[in-house]
Design a protein around this ligand. Structure first.
Ligand code: NAD
Ligand code: IPM
Ligand code: MN
Length: 370
């Protein structure tokens, strides 16, 4: 029987985005072939690349292509030209924010998984890190990112954003977190700033009410300032973490450092029918065009796509296991290199992609699920 073809829209975006997406595509193609699946690909513009071509960071054609997709893989958006002039009215990041909003992707899942081989790559001590495995649920279409009003007065001496949440927005992300905890260690930390913010008080109250439906899951509330400290003091205490859009953005970049590099952290933006899979990192203009970017966050985002969007569990596990194998053999991009990594094993973006793809057939035969 001819396998059903899954259609993937690639949004390479800006900076290192195209470089890491190209490697993720190679890994996807090899993995599909090994497991007898069929994939088709289409590429569309987003971010600075889209502004340059059309004046719009999310052109209508891109949104239409995304709506037709079975899943979307994004690289990154962002360009120093706007970072230097933050008041520019049209910015690359708006493309990504509008995409998340239009596709109702309210839940951004960010797994923090430490590969044993990288215990010495983090700035934290291995004994603090060992055994850490955290699943973040970052609310993605609400909070201060989207709340109205937002603005700036004419004289430009005052500006405002609004942090707003509805009970329903909190409920739906909390439920996802509690459900996920049931498949894990049954601990949820809900992170807020309820000692100061009214929206956090609603957050805490709603999560507490929702927790009554999950008596088998332990719920802990934690203030975000303490959480930022606890994450690097004793990361193993966390199992599932649920938090708002802004706090989740900040805490997961911090948590990335537990894994050794921001270049290791994948994510899945879900909530509606079509999922968007996106590395947590940005366009890293300092690395763009140097073949030094770590493509593993994008490659692992592709693995999350196979798992969450298509239910291809074995194929997804094969990608995770190929990455483990790569690291066990000592291959590293410069962000993960340690003084004792032999120079011969510090390689570029493209070489890492090729190696991961080359290990898939072997691990597909032998490896248990991670
Ligand atoms: P960044 O994530 O691009 O980079 C932060 C640091 O991490 C840099 O030192 C960079 O070299 C390093 N880094 C990031 N990804 C890496 C990788 N794959 N391999 C190795 N090192 C990596 O964040 P920034 O510098 O704050 O922002 C740069 C631009 O990216 C900005 O315009 C910002 O708005 C945008 N941004 C986009 C996204 C996204 O598209 N999802 C996320 C964050 C930032
Ligand atoms: C992320 C990024 C985005 C965010 C930016 C680029 C809009 O930092 O995906 O973490 O803040 O959500
Ligand atoms: Mn971010």
């Amino acid at each position: 029987m001819k396998p059903q073809t899954k259609h993937i829209v690639l949004l390479p975006g800006d900076g290192i985005g195209p470089e890491v997406v190209a490697q993720a595509r190679i890994v996807l193609e090899t993995t599909a072939q090994v497991f007898g699946y069929s994939l088709s690909f289409e590429q569309a513009l987003i971010g600075h690349a889209a502004i340059e071509a059309t004046g719009d960071p999310l052109p209508p054609d891109t949104l239409a292509a995304c709506r037709r997709a079975d899943a979307i893989l994004l690289g990154a958006v962002g360009h120093p030209q706007y970072d230097r002039n933050p008041s520019t009215p049209i910015r690359p990041e708006q493309g990504l924010l509008r995409l998340r909003q239009n596709l109702h992707l309210f839940a951004n899942i960010r797994p923090i998984r430490i590969f044993d081989e990288l215990l010495d790559a983090s700035s934290l001590k291995p004994e603090i890190l060992q055994g850490t495995n955290i699943l973040f649920f970052r609310e993605l279409t609400g909070g201060i990112y989207f709340g109205q009003p937002k603005g700036r007065d004419k004289a430009r001496n005052r500006a405002w954003d609004t942090m707003t949440y509805s009970r329903q927005e909190i409920q739906r992300i909390a439920r996802m977190a509690f459900e996920a905890a049931r498949q894990r260690r049954r601990i949820v930390h809900s992170i807020d700033k309820a000692n100061v913010l009214e929206s956090s008080r609603l957050w805490r109250e709603t999560v507490t009410t929702e927790s009554k439906n999950y008596p088998d899951v332990q719920l802990h509330h934690m203030y975000v300032d303490n959480a930022a400290m606890q994450l690097i003091r004793a990361p193993r205490q966390f199992d599932v973490v649920v938090t708002s859009n802004l706090f989740g953005d900040i805490l997961t970049d911090e948590a990335a450092q537990l894994t050794g590099s921001l270049g290791m952290l994948p994510s899945a933006s879900t909530g509606a029918q079509i999922g968007l899979f996106e590395p947590v990192h940005g366009s890293a203009p300092d690395l763009a065009g140097t073949d030094k970017a770590n493509p593993l966050a994008a490659i692992l985002s592709a693995a999350l796509m196979l798992e969450h969007a298509f239910g291809w569990h074995e194929a997804a596990h094969a990608i995770w296991n190929s990455v483990s194998h790569l690291l066990a053999e000592g291959w590293r991009t410069p962000d993960l290199a340690q003084p004792h990594t032999p120079a011969a094993k510090v390689v570029g973006t493209q070489q890492i992609g090729k190696l991961v793809a080359s290990f898939v057939p072997m691990v597909a035969l032998s490896s248990p699920a991670p």
